[in-house]
Every structure is written in C-alpha cells, then in structure tokens.
Design a binder for this molecule. Structure first.
Ligand code: SAM
Length: 287
C-alpha cells in the first residue's frame, strides 16, 4: 500500500530590496516544492534565476486569488508541496495570500511559515519608537478625506502607528498628518536594505520641507511611523475613559482590571486610568 505524502503550503518571505536577505531555508524551500504561487510570475522568475532555481510558477494575485484556491487545495490534498511568495517581503502583509491561507486552514491543510524580511518589522527595528505595542494600518485610503478620517480615528492611541506608502502619495500623506496630528513625531523609513536607504524623523511639516529642499527624499518605497499620543493627550479630556471605567465598575469589575481595560482600549498610562478608577470607586461608595 503506498502512503500519500502530506501536502504543505510554505508561505515564504523574500527580500524587500537586498537579495542577500533571502534566507538559506527560503531558497531551499523554493527549490524543493512542486510549484510556486507568485503575485507576479515575471518578478519571481527573476529572483529564481538569481538563485539558480527552476520551478513551475502559478500566478496568484488579488484579482484571481479566490478562483485559484480550489485548484491549489486539490493539489495539496493529493500530497503536493507548494510555496507562496509575493513580490517582496512577507506574503499576506499588504500582499495577496490571505484568502488562500484562510481557506486552506479551514480545509485542514498544513500551512508552514518560512519567515524572513518584512518592511514593517525592519522599519520598526530602527525607528527608535516604542515597539512594545504598535498598530499596523497598511496603506491608508487613496482619497484625502478618508485618509484624514482614519488618521483622526487613531489620534488618541498611545501606541506607535505604522503605514505603508508609495512615492506618489507620500507628500499628500504627510500633508494630511500635518493637518490632523500637527506636531506629532513621524519617522520615515525609505528604501530599506537598498542603496538609498534613509531614515528621517521630525514633524510632518519638517519632513515636507526636507522633501521640498531635496526631492530625492520623496522617491522610493516608504514605511511611515507615527509616535503614539503623549499621555497628556489621552487623559486631559478623559470623559470617554471615565464613562468606560464607570460602566465596568458598575458591572462589578475590579479597579485594577477596569484600568487595564481602559488602557487597552483607549491607550494612555495605566497608572492614570487606575487613579481615575480609584476615584470613581471611592465616589461611588456610600458615605
Ligand atoms: N509584503 C511586504 C512586506 O512584508 O513588507 C509589503 C508589500 S506592500 C505591497 C509594498 C509596500 O511595502 C511599499 O509600498 C512600501 O510601503 C513597503 N516597502 C516594501 N519594501 C520596502 C523597502 N525596501 N523600504 C521601505 N518600504 C518598503
């Protein structure tokens, strides 16, 4: 009786600029699979040629991903070994692959990460902004009004916020940050791992001035990182926090837990929410 091999989809990260960032395991995996699903087959072909690898390629991009799932699942269920790559960095991170991975996992198929570069993590690792908590928001909407709305919605968040942006919208995004968040510190990571890698920081207005003086600073690929709201911003008008903590205390939640929930949901310092919770609790006690 012949045993069927278990099918596997390897989700393989590839370089975001510097080809030396291709890991040995990533290269070996691509060399060994039966076929590679790629966002842009021509782009991946160049990477494979550089690595001296010849494997069949299947195109899988945002417009055909849903239609491709059934065929790829059948191949895995028959014991196929497949890889998924995007043009650069880690698949699914502002790249195709989510629908495929979700459906394969629902079907009980084995999905294995082969981790490596991602612009998001590379940028955070050098920005000098807090990384204990951060929000990744990918590409903001193309329309300025929607972009500003999303920037405003997160204005009170205490953690670092991270965005991806293309060169043709970087100035517009900085303009919207200036309008919505004023003096907030911004760190721009440009062309990471490439020849013109640059890290700039300042307010959005200062960064726009830098680009005005040196238009090359607006070229290439960008990760935009925003410092979280300073604690004072989040607690001077804390009516939202007060209402939330009061509701939690009314439900019998302990002071410490109510402060933890407020910190998680609204940002700011846990200590300040704790003191507010203590005060509300004391106010609510019978004399
Ligand atoms: N999957 C990729 C990853 O893991 O980083 C991201 C793909 S997304 C379609 C492309 C965006 O990532 C670019 O527009 C830019 O915002 C960011 N990016 C990719 N490579 C970069 C680099 N070398 N330097 C700075 N940003 C980069």
């Amino acid at each position: 009786m012949s045993e069927t091999k278990e099918g596997v989809l390897y989700v393989v990260a590839t370089p975001i600029g510097n080809l030396e960032d291709m890991s040995a395991r990533a290269a070996r995996t691509l060399a060994q699979v039966d076929a590679i699903a790629a966002e842009d087959t021509r782009h991946t072909l160049r990477l494979l040629q550089h690595l001296g690898i010849e494997r069949p390629l299947i195109s899988l991009h945002e417009h055909n991903e849903a239609a491709r799932v059934a065929r790829l699942r059948e191949r895995l269920e028959a014991g196929g070994q497949l890889a998924l790559v995007s043009d650069a960095g880690t698949p699914l991170i502002s790249d195709p692959g989510f629908v495929l991975v979700r459906e394969l996992r629902r079907a009980g198929c084995r999905v294995v990460p082969v981790p490596g570069p991602s612009a998001l993590i590379a940028a955070l690792s050098v920005a000098g902004l807090p990384t204990d908590r951060f929000t990744f928001e990918g590409f903001l909407p193309a329309k300025s009004a929607s972009r500003r709305r999303q920037l405003e919605m997160g204005a009170m968040r205490a953690e670092t916020r991270v965005f991806y942006e293309s060169p043709h919208r970087i100035r517009d995004l900085l303009g919207d940050i200036e309008q919505t968040l004023g003096e907030r510190q911004v760190v721009l990571a440009r062309e990471l791992t490439k020849t013109f890698e640059t890290l700039l920081d300042g307010t959005a207005a200062e960064l726009l001035q830098r680009m005005e003086a040196d238009p090359d600073q607006a070229r290439g690929e960008f990760v935009v990182m925003l410092a979280g709201a300073p604690p004072a911003d989040t607690t001077t008008d804390d009516s939202e926090g007060e209402a939330l903590i009061q509701a939690l205390l009314d439900e019998g939640v302990a002071v410490k837990s109510a402060a933890a929930v407020a910190t998680r949901m609204l940002g700011g310092r846990r200590k300040q929410w704790y003191q507010l919770a203590l005060r509300l609790k004391a106010d609510g006690e019978p004399d």
